[in-house]
Ligand binder design. Structure first.
Ligand code: NAD
Length: 296
């Protein structure tokens, strides 16, 4: 079994690293946050003192970082990991970042004789914890074949979207739709509540009618409607609104570059911009319901 270095142990990376440990992989982990590192160490991972220390003796490096600048900073440049990884190391970036940066990092890997996949995920923190994530992969088929055992330890569905960067493009299309449907679901529930409906009853009706979607089935934005959702624990954990705003921005940039129309994505980005600006950036993205109705 290959030794794995795991960099970035936040809401997603932490449980993903724990699943690798549970499936018998040796994991050396690093995060700037001591708390995040301690959780993975408690599950049996080696707590490394830096990313370079984590990558020592690793055959595979996995990263799960907030945005493109963190990924480029980790791998590229004189002090980046690519300058010190042995040839043949497989690098898998699971962060959601812009396809341009993903391609630039993949080129940097190729120059050093390394293999690189962009492998952003879908499924949220619940999927990360349960090991049921969907991986949306860009890169060479033979590198994906090599990555499969590790990806299967953390996820259930693995899609090969195309060459370098294609995983990120597909992920951004998905997340633009997710931002739109979450804002739309919040708006519909708020309309019902303002007109005297019980949010739980309305959610049950929608989830068995033509308006049903991922939010009404699994991730209801209204507090108390569903157990175990961020909405029912003060919007803590989950997928932060500031990360959704980042993804909607990536979708908008992609639309501009490719001359695609994205009026609904742009509207959702504006809603999240205001929401984050009002101090909700660290709350789960389903908290967009606060934009339509008071839920405190
Ligand atoms: P997070 O902020 O909880 O975790 C990011 C972690 O990276 C933090 O613990 C931070 O300390 C660490 N970090 C930042 N820079 C670092 C560096 N240079 N070296 C080491 N550690 C560093 O974010 P998250 O929710 O885990 O999301 C991570 C990525 O996954 C993002 O790109 C996000 O868009 C994507 N994503 C998140 C979800 C979700 O539901 N949370 C779902 C799918 C995809």
């Amino acid at each position: 079994m290959e030794n794995i270095a795991f960099i970035g142990l936040g809401n997603m990376g932490g449980p993903m690293a724990v699943n690798l440990l549970n499936k018998g992989f040796k994991v050396s982990a690093f995060d700037l946050s001591a708390d995040a590192l301690a959780k993975v160490a408690a599950a049996g991972g080696r707590a490394a003192s830096s990313a370079a220390d984590a990558a020592k003796d690793a055959h595979v490096v996995i990263s799960m970082l907030p945005a493109g600048k963190h990924v480029a900073g980790l791998y590229l440049g004189d002090y980046g990991l690519f300058a010190r990884l042995p040839k043949g190391t497989l690098v898998i970036d699971c962060s959601t970042i812009d396809a341009g940066t993903a391609r630039k990092v993949a080129e940097g890997a190729q120059e050093k004789g390394l293999s690189m996949l962009d492998a952003p995920v879908s499924g949220g923190t619940a999927g990360a914890t349960a090991g049921t994530l969907t991986f949306i992969v860009g890169g060479a088929a033979e590198d994906l074949a090599r990555a499969r055992p590790a990806l299967e330890a953390m996820g259930k569905n693995i899609f090969h979207a195309g060459g370098a960067g294609a995983g990120q493009t597909a992920k951004i299309c998905n997340n633009m739709l997710l931002g739109i449907l979450m804002a739309g679901t919040a708006e519909a529930l708020a309309l019902g509540v303002k007109n005297g409906l019980d949010p739980k009853v309305l959610s049950e009706i929608i989830s068995k009618s033509s308006g049903r979607n991922w939010a009404t089935e699994l991730y209801n934005p209204w507090p108390g409607v569903m157990d175990n959702t961020p909405a029912s624990r003060g919007y803590a954990g989950g997928f932060m609104s500031e990360l959704m705003l980042k993804d909607l921005g990536l979708a908008e940039e992609t639309a501009l570059q490719s001359h695609a129309a994205n009026p609904l994505g742009a509207l959702a980005r504006n809603l999240y911009e205001e929401h984050v600006h009002q101090g909700n950036g660290k709350l789960d993205f389903s908290s967009i319901v606060k934009h339509f109705h008071s839920v405190d």
